[in-house]
Design a protein around this ligand. Sequence first.
Ligand SMILES: C[S@@+](CC[C@H](N)C(=O)[O-])C[C@H]1O[C@@H](n2cnc3c(N)ncnc32)[C@H](O)[C@@H]1O
Length: 466
Amino acid sequence: MGKLFPAFQKLEGRRVVIVGGGDLAARKARLVAAPDVDLRLVWTCFSPAVVEEWAGRATMIDRSPVASDFDGAALAFVALDDELEAARFGAMAQSAGVPVNVVDRPEISDFFTPSIVDRGDVVVAISTTGAAPALAKRLRAQIETLLPRRLGALADFAKSFRGAVSGTLAPDRRRAFWERVFAGDIAATFLAGDEATARERMITSLNAPDAPPRGVVHIVGAGPGDPELLTLRALRLIQEADVILYDRLVGEGILDLARRDADRIFVGKAKADHAAPQDDINERMVALAGAGKIVVRLKGGDPFVFGRGGEELEALKAAGVDCHVTPGITAALGCAASAGAPLTHRDFAQAVTFVTGHAKGDAEPDLDWRSLAALRQTLVVYMGVETAPRISQRLVEAGMNAETPVAVIENGTRDDEKILTGTIAGLGDLVSTGDIAGPALLVIGETAAFARPTFTRDVARERRSA
Ligand SMILES: C[S@@+](CC[C@H](N)C(=O)[O-])C[C@H]1O[C@@H](n2cnc3c(N)ncnc32)[C@H](O)[C@@H]1O
């Protein structure tokens, strides 16, 4: 087959004829159906499913097609299993001057239907010239993940300003203006769902087209480590960013997804190393946004779960910087899934509680031990490795059964994940002898017994039986 030329066909007010009465015909009908398309299904019999789906939405002509059915049609599809009949009706459409697609018969078809990514006015069509339809489907799935859900609405939004832009800017300046709109804060604000602000910004930039562009900061959750656990939006924002400020906990491989020319700035804090205090990070983000950059502040897990995302959002808002938050999979969810330990369970845990085990100086975590020791819940402790012995002691003192299962999950969802299991009484020893060096969670409660250990050691029990 020679090279194909892609073109987009107007169907508004036009007739489209589909020859066939079964599932194949229904699939083609779904591709072209629209309120302003004169859709006709012609065949000797229609399956009950086709009647149910299309009666009232298309003209259904219950007989063998005749030449006049194709008169004035924009397109025709022949969706029949019988090869001879398919060829006959394909030729009938062609004699009437109508381009035809005979399903699965490229040699007698005039056009092919591509794999389509549909975002309203924005449509991406993919063809492999019939060489590998399965590959086209894969590409479609990949493109689906990259294009924002509100892209079609963004195109409509832009259309509503087309007249104003043409009336305000000379032709040679329009292109640069639109590029700024789509690459900058206006599109980011619109795609984040704030159409009213995007509209105001559009009017402001039309009134002052030479003003420097506004930047924007996206506070983005990178998930617990495995890049495949990024959300689609996180992936898109990482790929669009001019600058990425990232933490120590952002998983390996995630920064590789950024544009090659994006600046990557490490602002993570290793314990006891306060090289980049929070105020500096905030100031840096404000300065970068002020310079018109699209900034992604990438944080491990979810930005609003023990992630200081709230503080950063407040600081950015106070400085008048546009800021949007994209959630991520928090460590508790990622680790639980990876270890196979549900956080709630109809028989064992009706609640789940996330707490921080962090303690200032030598003090112990400031927690309500009695309520945490209550039965029938799963307790997940973030940043609790150092205080694990104290946590174990306090929970048992507060009435938790010493045999309550625990799991310690280090580097959850990453290649070097380690899972230790034991009991609450032995938690301190489990952590100290388990050589835990990376980020780790303590999961406490009956559900922890489901965790699939990579290493099991109930040190307390070993001691008792020694
Ligand atoms: C400052 S908190 C950040 C939490 C993050 N915002 C979240 O939602 O997961 C850091 C703590 O999260 C936990 N953590 C983060 N990633 C982890 C992982 N991949 N495996 C186990 N624990 C993790 C550890 O307890 C670590 O000390």
